[in-house]
Write a new protein. Structure first.
Length: 365
């Protein structure tokens, strides 16, 4: 095994492309096509599932049992719930996020007719000159926001004329900013930053010809934000799966803002002891900055895979993300650390080869 050099310029470039491509859950065709393009450029064989998730593969010495690394390309978003008499749109969220972070956001409504309409998510009481302190006392709920379209619409009939339909998709603008000091501010870094990390790790492995002990499947799911994620995308012979997703930066958390974080447990339960601690050992051995954390209100692709009945070991590697599911921020150092750890993990022996089945860890491990 060796620590591989990660092409940070490539990682940043791919991330920028991903963030420019709207992909709320249920509306992921464009971003799937983009990821497929990147995988083909790396000469990686791939296939699409019936629902549109991506399976790619890097061949190893042994083809089965093998391992998978999973990220998700879908993001948070919204959907048209109703056409209002004032010419505005009633909306509901796609995924779990607060309307607090939707207020003021620019967006695109994708009509079933093929039209694209720009707009802004606003609270029902948006003008202090009209409502005075009423602006500050409005509840923070999705029932108290609406979309104002940049169109000549004043009533429900005008909206139907465009046309806008109930069920049309709404993509929220990312407001992406790459800073010279390595910080990246943007919506939807969850989990497009993880996708960029996985592609950068795969690029390092392919370009160096690193020897992998077992086949490594690269999986890109399309419905993690709504809970199904990796439930039906796994190959039947996968024995261990590592998810890449965001790690929460907040008081009381132990996530590394400038390194990788191995999550030991989330709300769905503990991750596999041997696989998780094996990742920590790899990070120590190859001097990859890292920490361990536990998340209380969090689930990932790993949870959906287990709930679907897959008999696999799972673990979770995170990049440090501030204000998750809101106005997010990450640092390139964290993304590089995650990509480094993934590239080393791809080269490592599988858990079954390193741990005797049924062995009991020593106290203090």
């Amino acid at each position: 095994m060796q620590r591989l050099e990660i092409d940070i310029a490539y990682l940043s470039r791919v991330l920028a492309r991903l963030l420019r491509t709207p992909s709320p859950t249920g509306f992921t065709d464009a971003v799937v096509a983009l990821v497929c393009e990147e995988l083909r450029a790396l000469d990686l064989p791939l296939e699409l599932t019936r629902r549109g998730a991506i399976r790619a593969n890097i061949a190893g010495v042994q083809s089965s049992p093998d391992r998978a690394i999973v990220t998700h390309v879908d993001t948070l978003g919204a959907m048209v719930k109703g056409l209002k008499d004032n010419g505005r749109l009633e909306i509901v969220p796609i995924g779990t996020w607060s309307s607090r972070f939707a207020e003021g956001a620019r967006c695109v409504v994708y009509s079933a007719s093929g039209g694209r309409y720009r707009g802004t998510v606003l609270p029902l009481k948006a003008s202090g000159h009209v409502y005075n302190e009423g602006v500050d006392t409005m509840p923070v709920t999705w029932e108290h926001v609406e979309v104002r379209l940049d169109e000549r619409v004043a009533n429900r009939h005008d909206l139907m004329r465009l046309p806008i339909y109930v069920g049309d998709m709404i993509a929220i603008d990312t407001g992406t900013e790459f800073s010279e000091n390595g910080f990246i501010n943007s919506r939807h870094l969850d989990d497009k930053a993880g996708v960029a990390c996985l592609l950068a790790a795969a690029k390092a492995v392919m370009e160096t010809g690193a020897r992998l002990p077992v086949d490594c499947h690269l999986l890109f799911t399309i419905s993690e934000e709504t809970g199904t994620g990796a439930s039906h995308v796994l190959h039947g012979d996968v024995a261990e799966m590592v998810s890449i997703d965001n790690g929460t930066l907040a008081p009381g958390q132990n996530t590394s803002e400038y390194g990788a974080t191995i999550c030991m447990k989330d709300e769905s339960g503990p991750f596999d002891w041997h696989l998780s601690n094996g990742l920590c050992e790899l990070a120590r051995e190859f001097s990859i900055r890292h920490s361990r954390d536990v998340f209380k209100y969090y689930r990932s692709d790993s949870a959906s895979a287990l709930e679907a009945g897959n008999d696999i070991r799972t673990a979770l590697i995170c990049f440090g993300l501030d204000a998750s599911h809101g106005y997010e921020r990450v640092h390139l150092d964290s993304l590089e650390a995650v990509a480094n750890l993934i590239a080393v993990y791809m080269q490592s022996p599988p858990v079954m080869a390193r741990q005797q089945v049924g062995s009991t860890p020593l106290a203090g491990e």
